[in-house]
Design a protein around this ligand. Sequence first.
Ligand SMILES: [Zn+2]
Length: 134
Amino acid sequence: MRTNTVASTASQGPDAVYAQSLAEGVWRVQRCTACKLPIFFPRTACTHCGSFDYSWFEPSPLGIVHSTTVMRRPAQAGGDLQLCLVDLDDGFRMMSRVDGVAPASVAIDDRVEAFIGERDGEPLVLFRKTGVSA
Ligand SMILES: [Zn+2]
C-alpha cells in the first residue's frame, strides 16, 4: 500500500500556487519578506533583492493605466484586442487588458479595477474602468 502524506501545496512552485488561487476566485500576489516589496509575476526569488522568502497577500484591485495599445486582428480571429500595462496601487506593474470597452477608448492614466475573468476556460486577471457608467 502506498500513501502520500506530503502536503501537495508544499511542493508547488509559486506559479502553480498563483494559478490555483485564481481558480479559487482569489487574486494573491507575493510579497518579499526581506525588502517588503511585491513580486509579480510569481517567481521563486525576489526581483528586487534576491531573497527566497516571501508571503502571499491580496492586492488592492485598483490601478492606473501606464500604457495601452490595440492589437489589430481580423474579425474571424476575434477582432481587435486591447492590451495594457497597469500600475497597481500596491506597487507593481502587470500586463493585462481592459474589458468591456472599445479597445481604442482606453487611455494612459485611466483609473481601472481588477477582476478575475477567464479566457479559454482559464482564470486570469482583467481590468475594467472605474467610475464609468454604461
Ligand atoms: Zn526583496
